[in-house]
Design a protein around this ligand. Structure first.
Ligand SMILES: [Mn+2]
Length: 435
């Protein structure tokens, strides 16, 4: 067979709004709003530079069914430019941009194929000599909520010895973080006889398996702290003997990071501040061409925890760090910008836990309970439900709680334990062990 090269990209979410970010200047907010469009421009550039034969787009081109005109025009312009380079595009729609949305439709063109609500197959050709190289099959979401198993509709055309690519927006093997639209299993995809499954929907990049390849390209631009790390697309090389090689290319202009900073061994707030600042500069030098958005997690144990817990020091430092970045951004220096998204305190006081846990006071009891919770998920769930139930009548809190992961909830409990320990230790310090 003829070797060829294509791009697998998914979940462009053009014109995503980056909601819920605090303290941004208009200038920086504007830069964030541009980031999905900038990532699209990077995609076009890589397609041209890497001389790919075609691109497959695995759904969620737009962020919302009522997507903006700007997003629509950007995708049209991008596809036109690819067309001028002879690069074909095969697109499906996903749950964020289903076929029944009010948005302007992506135009089917000589070089753009938009798949409909039933599985269709088309022949993809090599750009330079028009040799047939692959069968590309795909299906779009007719509406936003597709609960049937679409993978079962794909069957390899045995008459064609070409490489088979299936484009699908689906949740494989029940990923619980994403909605279980178009649920299917790895085994079902494997059984279809396709050589490469170009998947969309799950925003985390992942090669589920090789030969046949089952691949999530991930989204092209992280949009929240749940989408950390490099985001981009795969350039896929298929050789004469159908061996497959994936090369990841970063497209994102704004990078989300979670950075842990330990207070172990730090006994002075100024020293802590300098450690945070050093970390800011280290990120700046590691990502000089991008804006980074950082969630700081303060860990470890030392005497400064009480100050961090009781005062506004962390908040003030966060504001100061943001102020400095706003000044940089005013000079249009978005490359190397390091934005502090939030500072989460997961540190604790220095305590002789081994000794205190044996003591016959509330603190000893609290520490014993904290240990039990860590080992017993049922107990931790029970305690959490009980503690949260008075708050659940509030709609916003309820939404927040329902959106939070089990891991986040576990963190709340740990944090409550630490806060309780600080408060009880104060009591013990003042009134002896009478509590
Ligand atoms: Mn998506």
């Amino acid at each position: 067979m003829n070797p060829f090269r294509f791009i697998h990209v998914a979940d462009l979410h053009l014109d995503s709004k980056f909601i819920g970010m605090k303290g941004l200047s208009d200038h920086i907010r504007q830069h964030l709003r541009e980031s999905t469009f900038n990532a699209l421009r990077q995609l076009i550039e890589i397609a041209i530079v890497e001389k790919v034969d075609f691109i497959v787009v695995s759904g969620d081109v737009y962020d919302a069914a009522d997507s903006s005109l700007r997003a629509h025009l950007a995708i049209q312009a991008a596809f036109e430019e690819l067309g001028r380079h002879g690069i074909h595009i095969y697109v499906i729609h996903g749950n964020h941009d289903p076929l029944d949305g009010p948005r302007l439709q992506i135009r089917n063109d000589d070089h753009v194929h938009v798949f409909g609500p039933e599985v269709e197959s088309v022949i993809a050709r090599r750009r330079l000599d028009q040799q047939e190289v692959a069968v590309v099959s795909g299906i779009s979401y007719p509406t936003s909520k597709v609960t049937e198993n679409m993978a079962l509709k794909f069957h390899r055309d045995e008459k064609l010895s070409l490489f088979h690519i299936g484009i699908l927006h689906a949740n494989v093997d029940g990923d619980l973080i994403h909605e279980t639209y178009s649920p299917c299993t790895r085994k079902e995809l494997e059984a279809s006889g396709y050589d490469y499954w170009a998947l969309g929907h799950i925003h985390m990049r992942r090669v589920i398996q090789e030969y046949p390849h089952i691949v999530y390209a991930g989204n092209i631009q992280g949009r929240s702290v749940k989408e950390i790390g490099p985001k981009g697309c795969y350039v896929v090389d298929v050789s004469e003997v159908a061996s497959v090689q994936l090369t990841f290319h970063e497209l994102d202009q704004v990078r989300w990071l979670i950075e842990k900073i330990s207070i172990d061994g730090i006994h002075d707030i100024d020293e802590w501040r300098m450690r945070v600042e050093e970390q800011v500069e280290s990120i700046r030098s590691q990502l000089p061409d991008r804006m980074s958005i950082v969630r700081w997690i303060i860990t470890g144990r030392s005497s400064i925890h009480r100050e961090l817990e009781s005062g506004h020091i962390a908040e003030e430092l966060e504001q100061e760090l943001r102020r400095r970045e706003i000044v940089r951004a005013e000079k249009d220096q978005f490359g190397g910008l390091v934005w502090s998204e939030s500072m989460s305190l997961q540190s604790g006081i220095e305590i002789d836990r081994a000794e205190l846990i044996l003591e016959d006071h509330f603190l000893g009891e609290l520490l014993r309970l904290a240990d039990k919770i860590e080992a017993d998920t049922d107990l931790s769930k029970e305690l959490l439900d009980k503690a949260l139930s008075p708050l659940m009548n509030n709609r916003e809190i309820r939404l927040l709680v329902n959106e939070s992961t089990a891991e986040e909830k576990q963190e709340w409990l740990e944090r409550a334990g630490e806060l309780g320990a600080v408060l009880l230790l104060n009591e013990i310090g003042e009134g002896g062990r009478s509590v």
